[in-house]
Design a protein around this ligand. Structure first.
Ligand code: ZN
Ligand code: ZN
Length: 555
């Protein structure tokens, strides 16, 4: 019996790390491979990825990866997924819009992953992928080139909306392709997996183009320098800041690595237009009168190492903020980031800056549709089954209620969970046996400069202490010659840490045996392997992230 199974590995019951597997006739298409930023409790963690071990087991069956848009919660885990799939079998081709693929390419480059087939797709194309027919549908969101993914199967179309709003006056390009959505609905949508981010907000979201007007109004009241912070990928927002600056005869400086990178990609692909002579370097800010400068900066989420955060703590190498500067938050904190944002704002007041947030003036518009837009989507595509995605459990529930309100039968609405496959065949749809899903932590990303690493190490030490594990091995065959010595300092829950010593020793033995079987003898590699295994063990047991420092001594 022919069937379609969708398996979310991330993005349900949480905000972030979106990843969905769609399987048909034994072949798998992966929609989005996102990551999540760590919460303040996860000190020392750089990134959180979905646990995709199930996908690794199925590496041979992966037809393609499709990315809906270039946001980190949809694209960020790509290097890790590609690396692991390539190690198991081969790297699958990656499909998406032109800007999305440019961002994917730059990300893979940073991880020195070349030779990955990136296929730029146009929204008018339809491509055969094994048993699937793939099509991208143009949507509006807070980044250009956002798409819904339609995967045609013999049972009907699986439609994954990606992140979207129905913006009738987007800053560039056409509004969402409602006519294609309606057409897909007429042809038969089997399952709709829709964005739930703003289902708890009534009415329609505000249009992005409204923001520009308000930015200009706010700017015109400022006498000193202006710093605007927004998501670096929100290219339309950056464009509107540049337009407002142009109108008021101010120059623009871009501060923050990702801001400079995204603006340069956006310019190359024609999504952003900057008048000649408009941009100045961060170092040149001081050469211009205060009332002639706008700085666009990363750090709208209070990220610890971001440009704005460093400016707020008077720790930025190029820009020193001062009394009379105005900082405009053209973004709202993603749930979980509120505290960091508030801290940043308070530091800015301490310096003497004025701070404008969305509460003071409408200087931000969300990229996610509100309740009425979610209903519009449901009515346009008239799905047989509905499974809300991209939201915490509360939002998934609210989305289910909206689906019911527009007439979807309650038994056709599925409130899913990461790792829970939904199987659809001629007999209907039902959840089947759970697969592994969860979080995988990445620490020690080799991206960013050395100062970032030092700062991260210090945060880790101050919060959760350190485990030093001294492993003595025989020079001849790499076998362990003495029980590993385990020393810990500054670790909260000392008792529980003490109980761990036995397990740490077992893990060391296991890792050494594994290394021996793979004929790995280099001390650096051994230390890396021990670090990974021990860090995972310690986190599993303590739910803490102390620094784990294995020291291998050869005798
Ligand atoms: Zn998203
Ligand atoms: Zn997004």
């Amino acid at each position: 019996m022919s069937n379609v199974t969708v398996l979310p590995l991330g993005g349900l019951g949480e905000i972030g790390k979106n990843m969905m597997l769609v399987e048909h006739d034994g072949r798998i298409v992966v929609i989005d491979v996102g990551l999540r930023f760590p919460t303040p409790e996860m000190v020392g963690i750089d990134l959180v990825l979905p646990d995709f071990s199930y996908l690794r087991e199925r590496a041979r069956d992966v037809e393609a990866i499709v990315i809906t848009h270039g946001h980190e919660d949809h694209l960020g885990a790509l290097p890790w997924v590609i690396r692991e799939l390539a190690a198991e079998h081969e790297a699958p081709p990656v499909y998406g819009g032109p800007l999305t693929m440019a961002m994917a390419s730059s990300k893979l480059d940073e991880h020195r992953l070349r030779d990955v087939e990136l296929v730029k797709m146009d929204t008018s194309e339809s491509i055969e992928l094994g048993p699937f027919q793939l099509e991208l549908v143009h949507m509006t969101h807070s980044i250009p080139d956002a798409c819904a993914v339609a995967l045609g199967t013999e049972l009907g179309t699986v439609l994954i909306t990606g992140d979207y709003k129905f913006d009738q006056t987007p800053v560039d390009g056409p509004p969402a392709d409602v006519s294609r959505l309606a057409e897909l609905g007429r042809e038969g949508v089997l399952l709709l997996c829709g964005d739930s981010t703003n289902v708890d907000r009534d009415g329609f979201s505000a249009s992005e183009s409204r923001v520009g007007r308000h930015l200009e109004e706010v700017f015109s009241r400022c006498e000193g320098r202006i710093v605007v912070t927004s998501f670096a990928s929100n290219i339309h927002r950056v464009q509107q800041v540049i337009d407002a600056a142009t109108a008021l005869d101010r120059k623009v400086a871009l501060v923050g690595r990702s801001m400079r990178k995204n603006v340069s990609i956006g310019r190359r692909l024609g999504h952003i237009e900057v008048p000649d002579g408009m941009l100045i370097g961060p170092r040149e800010v001081g050469d211009h009168p205060d009332e002639r400068v706008v700085i666009i900066s990363t750090g709208s989420q209070g990220e610890p190492l971001s440009a704005l955060r460093r400016m707020a703590y008077r720790d930025h190498p190029q820009v020193q903020l001062k009394d009379g500067d105005t900082v405009v938050f053209s973004a709202t904190p993603v749930p979980g980031n509120e505290r960091a944002v508030n801290e940043t704002i308070d530091r800015l007041y301490h310096i003497g800056c004025d701070v404008i947030t969305n509460k003071d003036a409408p200087v931000h518009a969300s990229g996610h549709g509100h309740a009425e837009e979610v209903k519009l989507m449901l009515n346009l595509v008239k799905p047989r089954y509905v499974m809300p995605i991209h939201g915490d459990f509360k939002r998934l529930r609210l989305h289910a209620e909206l689906a019911e309100a527009v007439g979807v039968a309650p038994e056709d609405i599925f409130q899913g969970d990461n790792g829970l496959p939904l199987r659809i065949d001629e007999r209907g749809a039902r959840f089947t046996e759970r697969k592994q899903a969860g979080m995988v932590f990445v620490d020690g990303v080799e991206i960013g400069d050395v100062a970032d690493v030092a700062l991260r190490d210090r945060r880790m030490l101050s919060a959760d202490g350190i485990f030093v594990v001294v492993v003595t091995i025989a020079e001849q065959d790499g076998s362990s010659v003495a029980d590993p010595e385990v020393i810990f300092r500054g670790v909260p829950f000392m008792d529980e840490a003490g109980e761990l010593v036995g397990e740490i020793r077992e893990t060391v033995q296991g890792t050494l045996q594994h290394a021996a079987s793979e004929e790995i003898r280099e001390v650096d590699l051994l230390q890396q392997m021990l670090h990974d295994a021990l860090a995972q063990l310690v986190y599993d047991r303590l739910r803490r992230r102390p620094m784990v420092l294995p020291v291998v001594v050869e005798v």
